[in-house]
Design a protein around this ligand. Structure first.
Ligand code: C2O
Ligand code: CU
Ligand code: CU
Length: 478
């Protein structure tokens, strides 16, 4: 079966909002090869441990013709390098801040202790400072990501470029017959949009909108008008929804089928074939595209809505008869203790969560580590003016149980996720597992909503020390 819809009501799409900005590309920009972020070289590596240095720094990036754009990045002028870690490894990271202001390093999708290692609001690294963190990778293969998360200026820092991919590999992935030559038949596709002002510069405050900031120009892995040279029959694309606000509604020429193989934090139990794919802010979706019906010289375009995003230029390739197995991954689906109460979370108008704005020193909920529980997450926006809100939890993964009591979307079954779109008046039931202790945020991943207060925090405790005190930052002292 091939699915041919986006699984959401069209009326709820961002493009139907009065603040929506249509994409456009300034005149005179030639198609450029898609930049593939290089893999970050470790400082040192043994059989069991790996050491990295991640430095946030300022840069000048040639994004448009003419003046370079002032940007920020991780060990790079813009975005960063792809960090690859293997399941089972102990990872040691030196976090270095060479920016003129404080930043934090949040491992979105990594199951690491909170709040310091997780790297959100409570883990500042001040200008000129270096901090060390370490964690053990104990989760399945997936594309996770690292982004800045200082509260409340996450959006502004991500806008300048502080985001990069973090790839987790494992033995299961190694055995799967899928494309895995990074930069050859496997490409990260970081989907972002930016508005370029005078002299090609970004100006977040000029573009600021508390409803969410759109950019007018698509920027894919930092490139405005990219093409990809296809040299193999099958290509694996790792989409990362890296925009602050924009949803991406992807589809190819000729309704070419995309076989989704992975979601946020794991492979899918069973691959799902689709012609349309909605990628919300914060989400990751991996697909395989089979170009068997094309030949050398053909060009196949990837669109978002009706805007042409990426050109795939077909070259000569060898025949590839590999067949995907029926089962790619077996998720653990622990029982929920029937005495455990369902948690209710609402995403509300005026950037509130459960009716409240985020407060740095307020713990909104507490839960025991490692125990599965149900969360009912409701978007309380009205049907006539509401929007999709992408709900995200730090330090956890979840299975999607139902949407308004019905089956979840086919591509969210049997997969670990950490970010999910919730439509107006919809309640999504999640089965949530936090494997680590600490204080973690959960929030809307439209980053302006998060910064404006659609965020809350949960303390995950070890029953031996349920009242552990964590040092929590105070917004006023930042
Ligand atoms: Cu992408 Cu609070 O996270
Ligand atoms: Cu996160
Ligand atoms: Cu939101």
């Amino acid at each position: 079966k091939v699915y041919t819809d986006y699984f959401y009501d069209e009326a709820d799409f961002d493009k139907n909002h009065f603040r929506y900005k249509y994409l456009h590309i300034p005149d005179g920009i030639k198609r450029q090869p898609l930049a593939v972020p290089p893999v970050l070289e470790p400082d040192k590596q043994t059989d069991t441990d790996i050491w990295f240095t991640i430095e946030s720094k300022e840069g000048e990036s040639q994004i448009l013709p003419g003046s370079k754009t002032h940007t920020w990045g991780y060990n790079a002028g813009l975005l960063g390098k792809t960090t690859v870690v293997k399941r089972g490894m102990r990872v040691h990271v030196t976090l270095k801040n060479s920016l003129p202001e404080l930043t934090t390093y949040h491992w979105h999708g990594m199951e690491v202790p909170g709040p310091i290692t997780d790297g959100a609001c409570h883990a500042p690294v001040y200008p000129g400072e270096e901090k060390q963190i370490e964690f053990t990778v104990n989760q399945p293969a997936a594309l996770t990501w690292l982004h800045a998360h200082p509260c409340p200026s996450t959006a502004a820092q991500v806008w300048l470029g502080l985001a990069m991919g973090v790839v987790v590999t494992d033995d299961n992935e190694a055995k799967l017959p899928i494309p895995k030559s990074y930069g050859v038949d496997e490409f990260p596709i970081i989907l972002q949009d930016r508005t370029f002002h005078e002299d090609n510069q970004l100006d977040y405050s000029a573009d600021y909108d508390p409803m969410g900031v759109y950019g007018e120009t698509p920027m894919i892995n930092g490139v405005v008008r990219p093409y990809v040279d296809v040299t193999t029959q099958k290509v694996r694309l790792l989409f990362l929804g890296g925009s602050n606000r924009r949803e991406w509604r992807l589809h190819f020429d000729d309704d070419l089928v995309m076989t989704q193989i992975a979601g946020d934090d794991s492979f899918l139990q069973h691959p799902v074939k689709m012609t349309k794919l909605l990628v919300g802010p914060g989400e990751r979706l991996q697909v395989i595209v089979d170009f068997k019906d094309y030949k050398e010289g053909d060009v196949v375009d990837l669109y978002t809505d009706d805007f042409k995003l990426v050109e795939f230029r077909i070259h000569k390739f060898e025949k590839d008869d590999s067949v995907l197995p029926e089962t790619l991954f077996t998720p653990e689906d622990p029982e929920v203790d029937p005495n455990r109460q369902v948690r209710y979370v609402t995403m509300d108008d005026h950037n509130k969560m459960n009716g409240k704005e985020f407060s740095m020193q307020r713990i909104d909920m507490k839960a025991e580590v490692g125990k599965a529980e149900y969360w009912d997450v409701k978007n309380t926006n009205s049907k006539d003016h509401g929007m999709l809100h992408p709900f995200h939890i730090h330090g956890a993964h979840f299975l999607v149980v139902s949407r308004n009591g019905h089956e979840p979307n086919p591509n969210e079954i049997g997969v670990y996720k950490d970010t999910i779109e919730v439509a107006p008046q919809e309640t999504v039931r999640l089965k949530v597992i936090f494997p680590m202790t600490g204080v973690f945020m959960y929030h809307c991943h439209i980053i302006e909503h998060e910064d404006a207060g659609m965020m809350a925090q949960i303390q995950i405790y070890d029953p031996k020390d349920p009242d552990k005190k964590y040092p929590l930052m105070d917004m006023a002292t930042l």
